[in-house]
Design a protein around this ligand. Structure first.
Ligand code: AMP
Length: 460
């Protein structure tokens, strides 16, 4: 199916092809006709499926020819990052239309947002708290809302926003179209849907392929003191076009940026201590290619839409194994296989074990000139090492672990008892090309999302 066959206006299909989208994703194919017919909708779809365009395109299409500058579409989403991302998408898809979107969210100055509201808008994208604040101050009138989109409803629930949503809905006309998007459908969300929606059509789409399957993952055992040097080697190798480097702490992120700048590598950090403006600025400059390296903590990275990352580096392994999946999911979103390279020092072996347990496989080792002779700790051995009072951490965590590794090595044909892989492509200096090793699994390209950095245009 093509976008044209979805009966979207020409201005919208042109904007979509300018964004580089060739065909609708499954959620778009299913949701757009339902929304254009005016039905209420419950869509079970995760981020990464193209769900934003699934509601943004028909909403733009429906508003296009009507009297402008009244809030006729309201989109509520749980986080400011998502709000900005949705706003950017509306700008991108509405670039050839005369509609105007306004975005309001907490954690940023009220003044510019109030000015934007006072100038009038057709589409309002908001986080619940800020919306209620502004409604209380009389800046917002929801009486003309025709389409209400509740985005990431299950996350709203997790974040305790459902009460706010119920309050907001009271200020909208009963006669409206309501679209609910949620990755999962817990009981409370089902109840909320019964309350807010009328005869909804329900659609479900499969979650996008797990990054654990699509991203080419590598592991480097390296001493903590060598991590900066190793990262710089990778970044200077010419292989890395665009990368996010994840650190565990905000302090670590800032320190690393200073080290990269000293090595003449343009980089910026985004983390929770930065103001919203600083984060947005760093993100914009990264998107525009001014920096090719963004250093981020997990919290700051959630919900940001960064196109075309060739590499994700785990400078430090995350505390939560699930964060590893979120992190590496940032790689390879541009129709080609992304690469993730994780650094692991002796203090992080336990975290590595938890990650590999979740992945149900070992991450292949990549040998570099900074390779440290560490061994992975088998779970059972770790436990007995702890019982006997020996340290379960450290590079050589006891005979038991080494013996077990040696056994595995003999099975896999490795001879190096230090745990270094004799299969890894990176047999020399980190600066050498690793591309021979990175098989391009283009068959995954179709199942994953493409993104475009373009935005702006006639749509303000
Ligand atoms: P979302 O699930 O809305 O967060 O979208 C995930 C990514 O997919 C975003 O970067 C979009 O720009 C991109 N995208 C959305 N629709 C399409 C499409 N039909 N073809 C290619 N990429 C798309």
């Amino acid at each position: 199916m093509t976008f044209k066959e979805l009966n979207l206006d020409r201005e919208i299909t042109s904007a979509v092809s300018k964004a580089g989208y060739e065909e609708p994703t499954p959620i778009q194919e299913k949701a757009i006709p339902v929304i254009l017919k005016g039905h209420d909708l419950i869509a079970c779809a995760q981020t990464g499926t193209g769900k934003t365009a699934a509601f943004a395109l028909p909403v733009l299409s429906m508003l296009k020819d009507k009297k402008p500058r009244r809030i006729r579409a309201l989109i509520i989403t749980p986080t400011r990052e998502l709000a900005i991302q949705i706003f950017d998408n509306f700008k991108k898809y509405g670039r050839y239309l005369k509609l105007r979107a306004v975005c309001i969210y907490g954690g940023a100055k009220q003044g510019p947002q109030i000015d934007a509201l006072l100038s009038g808008g057709d589409i309002l994208i908001a986080t619940p708290g800020r919306l209620l604040d502004f409604m209380g101050s009389g800046y917002i009138n929801l009486s003309q809302v025709e389409t209400f989109v509740l985005d990431e409803a299950d996350r709203m629930l997790d974040m305790g926003f459902i009460g706010d949503v119920r309050k907001i809905v009271k200020f909208m006309p009963q006669q409206r179209q309501t679209l609910m998007f949620s990755a999962t459908m817990p009981k409370e969300i089902e109840l909320l849907a019964q309350e807010l929606l009328t005869d909804p059509v329900t659609i479900k789409v499969a979650p996008p392929a797990s990054p654990a399957e699509t991203v080419d993952q590598k592991l480097c055992f390296v001493n903590r003191a060598d991590k900066n040097a190793l990262l710089i080697r990778f970044l200077q190798s010419g292989e890395v076009r665009r990368a996010i480097v994840f650190t565990r702490t905000k302090y670590g992120a800032d320190k690393l940026v200073r080290a990269l700048l000293k090595a003449q590598i343009p980089a910026a950090a985004i983390h929770g201590d930065k103001t919203q403006g600083q984060r947005q600025n760093a993100l914009e400059r990264f998107k525009s290619g001014q920096y090719n390296v963004l250093v981020a903590t997990d919290v700051a990275s959630r919900g940001i839409d960064v196109p075309k990352l060739s590499h994700v580096f785990n400078y430090e392994l995350p505390d939560e194994p699930e964060s590893y999946i979120h992190r590496i999911g940032r790689a390879g979103r541009a129709g080609e296989n992304g690469i993730s390279i994780s650094f692991c020092c002796s203090e992080e072996l336990e975290k590595l074990r938890d990650i590999e347990k979740m992945l149900k496989k070992e991450i292949p080792l990549l040998e570099t000139e900074y390779s440290a002779p560490l061994v992975r700790m088998p779970a059972a051995r770790t436990a007995s090492a702890k019982f006997s009072g020996h340290s379960a951490r450290g590079g050589h965590s006891g005979r038991a672990a080494r013996t077990d590794q040696a056994r595995r090595d003999s099975r896999t044909g490795r001879s190096d008892r230090t745990g270094r892989s004799s299969r890894a492509g990176y047999t020399g200096r980190a600066g050498r090309t690793a591309s021979g090793e990175h098989t391009r699994r283009t068959r995954h390209a179709k199942s994953r999302m493409y993104s475009s950095a373009t935005s702006g245009g006639g749509f303000t």
